[in-house]
Design a protein around this ligand. Structure first.
Ligand code: FES
Length: 108
């Protein structure tokens, strides 16, 4: 059997849906909202598509909801629905990091 084929994509977003960074589990709502925003912005299909995933913990466990965007390695905290919309439009679509919401970065 050959290797599986991965279609191109531009970014990968991981949202914490756990209960420690956001005790009322707002990460779960964000994760659902993310899908509709990606669809609205035309980011679900094609080579510029954005992959999304949820995780029970990103190891921060405070200041949530927390989400991280790769390949930039940019971590966002206190992600409200309004901030998520900015991140989708400005970062994921236009490539401009929402600097004032970033609390951590890895990589170059
Ligand atoms: S529970 Fe969200 S970072 Fe740990």
């Amino acid at each position: 059997m050959g290797d599986p084929v991965m279609e191109p994509y531009s970014r990968h977003v991981i949202v914490c849906t756990g209960g420690f960074c956001s005790p009322d589990r707002r990460g779960r709502e964000l994760y659902s909202l993310l899908a509709s925003l990606l669809q609205r912005e035309g980011l679900l299909f094609g080579p510029d598509r954005v992959k999304r995933g949820e995780t029970p913990c990103l190891g921060v466990c405070g200041g949530g909801p927390i989400m991280v965007v790769y390949p930039e390695g940019v971590w966002y905290s206190h992600v409200t629905p309004a901030l998520l919309e900015r991140i989708v439009v400005e970062h994921l679509k236009e490539g401009k990091i929402v600097d004032n919401a970033v609390f951590h970065r890895i990589g170059p």
